[in-house]
Design a protein around this ligand. Sequence first.
Ligand code: PLP
Length: 464
Amino acid sequence: MSDTPGAQWNAGDTEADAKSHLLSPSEEMAKLGQSMRPLIAYGEGIHVVDAHGRRIIDGPAGMWCTQIGYGRKEIADAVSAQALKLSYNSPWYTTNSPSAELARRIAEVTPGDLNRVFFTTGGSTAVDSALRFTEFYNNVLGRPEKKHIIVRREGYHGSTSLTAACSGRSFNWQNFDIASPRITFISSPNIRQAPGLSEAQFLDQLVREFEDTIAKIGSDKVAAFLAEPLLASGGVIIPPKGYHARIKAVCEEHDIIYISDEVVTAFGRCGEWFASEKVFGVVPDIITFAKGVTSGYVPLGGFAVSERLIAKVSGENAKGSYYSNGYTYSSHPVSCAAALANMDVIEKDGILEHVRDVAVHFAEGLRSLKGLPHVADIRVEGLVGCVECLVDPSSPEVTDRDKKLGGRIDTHCFDLGLLVRPLGNICVLSPPLIITKAEIDQMIGILRQGILKAAADLKEPVAA
Ligand SMILES: Cc1ncc(COP(=O)(O)O)c(C=O)c1O
């Protein structure tokens, strides 16, 4: 590895340092200091290269974020130039040029009148800040009772106290004090959980449940509905057609703010800058974004809010208020410069058009896995998709055996050169957006082999 980008780094030292000192997200505490996650040395295009020099396709695009792939000089140059020019300024009492330009460019591609942009440090802080905006908004409007938030089971919105409390994946709740009386969960729009219903019947049932929930809480108490266009970390759950528009209509009826959490879907994942309107048919009041805004090169997130909402709490309606939510690193000049360069690359390379083109091939490839042993469901939209595997594909329940089966598939795929996001029994693929049709074939081919190998393993008992 002498002339590779990872050559200067010593894998043995890294392993010792990590085992002794790192605490990582989702750390299995029983194994703290003993086990080591795969050590990634460097990235190139759609591949990452591990400490042994093995090239692996980055199936999940990091954490759904490495849109334009690894090693792009345009981003490195923009980061370097901005760090030398102005590495930091306080957003609390000064402004910088990259953040102002980025706010304008994002406003140009958001739906409707979502023209005011607030920058944060990532996805959790984006959603947290958007929710805090709704709190601020209702307080300024003199409606302190209108604070309740409605969210869905299986949704994921982040890891601050408030966004964790809005996340409906029970796994993330273990040993944390998360429940909040301000937050109510409604059903996941996962049709697999409604056997016997048609898509239209299921949609009617979901809308009725939403209306009933509002009636029960009292519409004068409900501030916001928070939803991902598709539930990504919840297992790539795609709601029935028309779901978002129907729910938005109910929100409008009750003066409830509709927040679309596009932390995963924005910046090209579904072939559009933002997916809410063009892919899912809804113009929200607020959209959150992060991840793909910088293709993961540096941290950044934010939200865009409608002029309609802003007008009600600014100017002569401000009542002396300050939106005093914020971070030392809000509007960070280096992050915003990276995001501007990222948007340039997406435009220059025609990446949105490319995604729309290869997404058809990706969907066909994933659907070709139907009929393999243990494949229970395949869900796909744009360049995000999953294969849900169950030991007994007709079972409505997911068991520990199913999760172990999923783990087996992930391990086989890794050995064969494909990183698959470990998500229980669900194999998620959401590759860098620059992936070619030939690389998609390679990725699907490896997943096929991984499923077949895991199926063969199942003939022997799945190890604990
Ligand atoms: C839909 C959604 N919202 C928010 C977040 C939180 O983003 P971050 O991890 O950048 O804080 C995530 C992370 O995966 C997400 O998928």
